[in-house]
Design a protein around this ligand. Sequence first.
Ligand SMILES: [Cu+2]
Length: 192
Amino acid sequence: MSTAIESPAGGPESEAVSIAAERRWTIVVVAIVALLVLMMIVTGLHWASMPPSRVETVDVKTVHVRGEFVESNLGTAVASDGKVTVRLIAQQYSFVPQCIVVPADLPVTFRGTATDAIHGFIVGRTNANTMLIPGFVSTFTTSFHATGELLMPCHEYCGTGHEAMWGRVQVLPADEFLAKARAGERLSCVPR
Ligand SMILES: [Cu+2]
């Protein structure tokens, strides 16, 4: 029994045409696979040769008792040179502090870490967005251009209470914020 493909033209010619078509497809498919493998190799080598610019670690076991992330140092600080820094901790299932005060139109540096699982946050629709990983300090600097209150949900699934893990960010006019700020004090909008 012949396995050759029958066509109106019939015979060995149509078989040669179908073999040529199969060969072209084989070449295209092999080329696509080779391109994908090459992309994986190039990106792998690129990331291996260019690691993140800075890695800052912190000891999870002592983060609550000493160093930068003790409770009394969390919140918003204004340094003597006017730099605004927010320090926060994420843990199952809350942020400390729960409510963060920042000035509008001034650069604000966030420094945060997590104590138990991977967490993260995004502030409203701004570009303030980071992961918080136990043992590492995440930091970024951004500015908020509109005053008002923004929601700050945890955006890394961190366990059964994840969907209830929210903070708030209150953006105040810069003069109002600076009037509240006192040297050495940590600001937050957590009700006392
Ligand atoms: Cu979380």
